[in-house]
Write a protein that binds this ligand. Structure first.
Ligand SMILES: C[S@@+](CC[C@H](N)C(=O)[O-])C[C@H]1O[C@@H](n2cnc3c(N)ncnc32)[C@H](O)[C@@H]1O
Length: 281
């Protein structure tokens, strides 16, 4: 065989080998998972929260570096990643394995892997005890199913839900992104209230509080006379209510309320302390 023909054959063989190696390499590259809007999920399909609303939800909850945010049904990880970009630690709980892999990759690309964790599993079994903020984009029935567990969280924990409410638990705040008028554009926030329902005693009165979520009513008894507790509200550990024209406000610390009582028509303000005698079963 002529030397130049031999050389050409070697070159062709070499090129074929290179092409083969390249194709083989491409085959072996992990394909990036592309979720489809509306794809089936365990209890609810995947639809992503628009990024403008993600930002508003985190703003509504005043997410800061000290926070621990948990997104239940975390999809592609966008809320978790945005929370981490605000400096918070964040966790996503997602049932779909491919979405977990995608979320971890998205977090890596955004440079926040050290701040986030994605847990593959069922959100109804997740440990929420370390959360200071919970984010949701589920369905009304799923919110209601989660509600008892959410109400057990530390007072002051914020729960933010894209679009869906908590039935008769009225939100503490609402936010909208009007520019997204044709899409998911409203979120609601609830602040887990401390529990006060039961019997309390202050220096000159007994107060029987009744509580439904963050709304408080009841009866204050002093010198044998009873007065209704009006406009009672709890925000985390803070309580405020009116009795017979006096404005009470204070902080609930377990079985103690410490604060002030103001009588606007007399222009007076004094310290107020109450101790819990009994909880309502
Ligand atoms: C409407 S998407 C919301 C995704 C993300 N939170 C967001 O706002 O962009 C709901 C997600 O919940 C997931 N999901 C459904 N049932 C679940 C369950 N029981 N436990 C964990 N994840 C679940 C779905 O796979 C889907 O990704």
């Amino acid at each position: 065989m002529e030397a130049s023909l031999f050389f050409r054959r070697i070159c062709l063989l070499w090129l074929a080998l290179l092409a083969g190696l390249t194709l083989f390499g491409q085959d072996r590259k992990p394909a990036v998972y592309e979720p489809k809007i509306g794809q089936k999920g365990k209890d609810v399909v995947w639809v992503p929260t628009p990024t403008e609303l993600v930002d508003k939800m985190l703003e509504l909850a005043e997410v800061k570096a000290e926070d621990f945010v948990i997104d239940l049904g975390s999809g592609d990880g966008r809320t978790v990643i945005s929370a981490a970009r605000l400096g918070a630690k964040a966790e996503g709980v997602e049932f779909n394995h491919d979405m977990i892999v995608l979320s971890r990759e998205n977090a890596r690309r955004e440079g926040v892997s050290d701040k986030v964790e994605f847990i593959e599993g069922d959100m109804f079994e997740a440990d929420l005890s370390h959360a200071t903020v919970i984010t949701l984009f589920l369905l009304p029935g799923l919110n209601i199913k989660l509600r008892p567990k959410l109400l057990e969280l530390r007072p002051g924990t914020r729960v933010v839900s894209n679009t869906f409410t908590m039935n008769d638990w009225v939100p503490d705040s609402t936010v909208t992104t009007p520019e997204n008028w044709n899409s998911w554009n409203t979120a609601f926030m609830w602040i887990i209230p401390a529990r006060v329902d039961g019997l309390w005693k202050s220096s000159d009165s007994e107060i029987s509080f009744s509580q439904k979520y963050q709304i408080v009513g009841g009866l204050l008894t002093r010198d044998g006379r009873s007065y209704p507790v009006d406009n009672g509200r709890i925000r985390g550990n803070q309580i405020s209510f009116m009795v017979d024209g006096s404005r009470y406000s204070g902080e609930i610390d377990g079985d103690l309320i410490k604060g002030t009582v103001e009588v606007p028509k007399e222009g007076t303000k004094a310290e107020f302390t109450a101790k819990r005698l009994a909880s309502r079963p």
